[in-house]
Design a binder for this molecule. Structure first.
Ligand code: ADP
Length: 589
C-alpha cells in the first residue's frame, strides 16, 4: 500500500480542512447550530412576544370596556338616587312646612287666648291638620305639658328637654326640630317640633309643641324602589338620625356624626357619596341634599352589590371571554412554537445530512483520485511492455495478443484519466490557468489531431474560426473538451463529415462541433451528460467509449463559467455547442 492510500484510510475524521461524516456528526453533537437555527430562535421569540402583546391588547380592551360600562352604570345610579333624593327633599319640606303652619296657629292662638285655648276643638274644626302628628300641645312657662289635643293629658315635666330649653332664654323666632325622643306624654318615639310663645310684654310665655312620628318622613320608602337593601334617611346636620328606613328595619336616634360618610356629606350641600354604612355596614351609593334653610339632610342610598349585580354578571362574562381568548391565543402560540421547533429540528437534521453527504462525496472523490493515480503507474508499465511486445515480437500470434493487451490498457488508461479528472473537479482540486488564447490556432490544432482519424474512416473534417478572435481561458482544458466532442463526433459518424467552427454570440465564444452521424434521441439529450450513460452501450463499447467524456466536458465547461449543450435527432446528426465567456471570471482564476 502506498503512502497516499494510507493517508486516505487514516483520514476519517478530518482531511485537508474538510469535514468528514464523523466530523459532521461530532459537530452536530457539540450543539453547533447552522445559520437557520439562529433564525428559528428569533421566530420563537417573535411568537412569544406576539402572543403576549395580543393577550395584553385583548385584556386592555376588555378592561377599558368594563371600566367604561362601570362608569355609565355609576352615573345612571347616581342620577336615579339624586332624583329620589329630590322627591324626598320635597316631601320633607312640605311636611315640615305643614307642621310649622300648625305650630304658628297654636302659638298665636295661645298668645291671644292663654289657657282658654281649646286645641282639641281646633283640631276637630280642621284648623289644625291632624294627619301628620301624634300630639299637638302647649308647654307652659314652668315646663309642664299643659294643653293638648289628646283627651287624657299627662302633665309631665319637660323642663330638661332640649326642645323646651332652646326657647327659654331668647326668642330666635326659629322653628326647632328636636332629636328623636321617647315621648313622656305619648310613650312613643317622636320628633318634637316647637316654637316659642311670648307674653304680651315679649317675655317667655311657653312653647307650642307638635310631636311627629319620625317614620312619617321615611314613608316615601314605600312609594319608590330603592331595592331590598336600599335606604331612605333624614339626618340632622348635628349627625343624629331623625328617621331611617332600610328594608323592613326602621331606626331613629343614631349618632353618625363621626362616620367618614357623614363627614364627606358636610363638605357640600348636595352630591353623591359611597361607602360602608355606619349603621349596618352595607356598602351603599348615596345621593343627598341639604334642605334649604333647615339643618337637615335627606339621603337616598342603594346597596352596591344589589344594584351592580347585573353589571357584575356582565363583567364576569367579559372576563371569562377574555380568559377564553387568552387560552386560545396561548394554545395557538404553543402550537406555533411546537411547529417552529419541529421545523428547526428538521432543518438541523437536513443540514447535518447534507454535510454528511457532501463529506462522504468528497471522501469518495478523494479516494477515487488516489486510486486512479495509483493504478496509472502500473498501467503505464503494462502499456509500455505490451507495445514493445506488439512491435518487436517475431511470433505473429504473440503480437496479436500483445495488441489486444495494448488496446485494452489504452482504454483502461483513458477511463482512469477521465475518472481522475472528474474526481479532481468534484474535490475542488482542479486549478485553471487562464490566458489569452487565439481561437483560430486552437481550432486548427484540434482539427490537425483528428485529421488522420477522419481520413481513416473516410470522413471529411472541416475546421473554421474567425481570424483574430481571442478568448481568455485555460487552453489545455478547452482543448480537452473539444477533443472529446470531435472524437465523439468522428466515433459516431460513419458517413459524411464532422465540422468544427467558432463564432461570437451574446458576448460568448461558441465552439460548435456538428456531425452527420447517428444522432441522439431527444429524451437522452440530458442523459448523455450523466456518468456512464450511453445511448447504445454495445455500440459505444465497440467504439471504445467510457461513458465519462461528456460528463467531464460539462464539469470542465462549468468550471470555466461556460456550458455544453446538444441539439440532435436520430439519423440527422448532432450539434454540440461549447460556450465560453470571452474573459475568464476573476473568481475562477
Ligand atoms: P463515451 O466515452 O461513451 O463516448 P461520452 O460521455 O462522451 O462517453 O458520451 C456518452 C454517450 O453519448 C455516448 O456513448 C454516445 O451514445 C452519445 N454520444 C456522444 N456524442 C455523440 C455524437 N456525436 N453522436 C451520437 N451520439 C453521441
Amino acid at each position: 500500500m502506498t503512502q497516499d492510500n494510507r493517508a486516505v484510510r487514516s483520514g476519517v475524521g478530518r482531511r485537508d480542512g474538510n469535514l468528514t461524516p464523523a466530523g459532521a456528526a461530532e459537530r452536530a453533537r457539540a450543539g453547533q447550530r447552522p445559520a437557520l437555527g439562529a433564525d428559528g430562535v428569533w421566530a420563537l421569540w417573535l411568537i412569544v412576544l406576539g402572543g403576549v402583546v395580543l393577550v395584553g391588547v385583548f385584556w386592555a380592551g376588555v378592561l377599558i370596556k368594563v371600566e367604561a360600562e362601570a362608569e355609565l352604570e355609576q352615573r345612571a345610579i347616581d342620577r336615579r338616587t339624586m332624583n329620589l333624593a329630590r322627591v324626598f327633599e320635597e316631601h320633607t319640606i312640605r311636611t315640615l312646612g305643614a307642621v310649622d303652619q300648625a305650630l304658628l296657629f297654636v302659638k298665636f292662638q295661645y298668645e291671644k287666648e292663654g289657657d282658654a285655648l281649646d286645641i282639641a276643638s281646633a283640631v276637630q274644626q280642621g284648623m289644625i291638620v291632624s294627619t301628620l302628628y301624634n300630639q299637638v300641645g302647649v308647654i307652659n312657662r314652668e315646663g309642664i305639658y299643659h294643653l293638648s289635643n289628646l283627651a287624657e293629658l299627662k302633665r309631665v315635666d319637660l323642663r330638661d328637654r332640649e326642645h323646651f330649653r332652646v326657647h327659654v332664654d331668647q326668642d330666635t323666632r326659629a322653628f326647632f326640630v328636636s332629636k328623636p325622643v321617647l315621648g313622656r306624654a305619648s310613650g312613643k318615639w317622636s320628633v318634637q317640633m316647637t316654637r316659642r310663645i311670648n307674653q304680651p310684654d315679649g317675655s317667655f310665655g311657653g312653647v307650642a309643641v307638635i310631636s311627629i312620628d319620625p317614620f312619617y318622613f321615611t314613608s316615601l320608602y314605600n312609594d319608590v324602589d330603592v331595592g331590598r337593601h336600599g335606604v331612605v334617611t333624614l339626618v340632622g346636620l348635628d349627625g343624629v338620625v331623625r328617621a331611617r328606613r332600610a328594608g323592613d328595619a326602621v331606626d331613629v336616634g343614631q349618632d353618625v356624626s363621626k362616620s367618614a360618610l357623614f363627614r364627606s356629606i358636610e363638605q357640600r350641600s348636595s352630591g353623591h357619596v359611597s361607602g360602608p354604612s355606619p349603621i349596618d355596614g352595607r356598602d351603599r351609593m348615596y345621593s343627598y341634599r341639604t334642605l334649604a334653610g333647615m339643618p337637615m339632610v335627606v339621603m337616598v342610598g342603594v346597596d352596591r352589590e344589589e344594584v351592580m349585580a347585573d353589571f357584575m354578571a356582565r363583567r364576569q362574562g367579559y372576563f371569562s371571554f377574555a380568559l377564553g381568548m387568552s387560552l386560545v391565543i396561548a394554545g395557538f402560540c404553543a402550537l406555533s412554537l411546537w411547529l417552529v421547533q419541529r421545523q428547526r429540528r428538521i432543518a438541523r437534521r437536513l443540514v447535518e445530512m447534507r454535510e454528511r453527504a457532501e463529506s462522504a462525496n468528497r471522501l469518495k472523490s478523494e479516494f477515487l483520485a488516489s486510486v486512479s493515480h495509483e493504478l496509472r503507474t502500473p498501467l503505464n508499465g503494462v502499456i509500455g511492455y505490451a507495445e514493445l511486445l506488439k512491435d518487436l515480437s517475431e511470433d505473429a500470434e504473440l503480437r496479436s495478443y500483445a495488441g489486444v493487451i495494448f488496446e485494452s490498457s489504452q482504454h483502461l488508461l483513458a477511463l482512469l484519466n477521465s475518472i481522475l479528472d472528474l474526481a479532481r473537479v468534484e474535490a475542488g482540486g482542479m486549478q485553471l490557468s487562464p490566458a489569452p488564447v487565439d481561437v483560430a490556432g486552437l481550432v486548427g490544432e484540434v482539427g490537425a489531431t483528428y485529421q488522420a482519424m477522419a481520413q481513416g474512416k473516410g470522413l471529411e473534417l472541416v475546421c473554421s474560426a474567425p481570424e483574430g478572435l481571442t478568448v481568455e481561458c485555460d487552453r489545455l482544458r478547452v482543448v480537452q473538451v473539444l477533443n472529446n466532442l470531435v472524437h465523439n463526433a468522428l466515433k459516431f459518424t460513419s458517413a459524411g463529415g464532422v465540422w468544427l467552427s467558432a463564432r461570437v454570440e451574446d458576448a460568448r465564444c461558441v465552439l460548435e462541433v456538428s456531425d452527420s452521424g447517428c444522432g441522439i434521441p431527444a429524451e437522452l439529450h440530458e442523459a448523455v451528460f450523466e456518468r456512464f450513460r450511453q445511448v447504445d452501450a454495445f455500440e459505444t463499447r465497440s467504439q471504445g467509449g467510457t461513458g465519462l467524456g461528456l460528463a467531464l466536458c460539462r464539469e470542465l465547461a462549468g468550471l470555466m463559467g461556460g456550458s455544453v449543450t446538444v441539439q440532435s435527432q436520430p439519423g440527422e446528426g448532432s450539434v454540440f455547442r461549447f460556450a465560453l465567456p470571452l474573459a475568464a471570471e476573476k473568481s475562477r482564476q
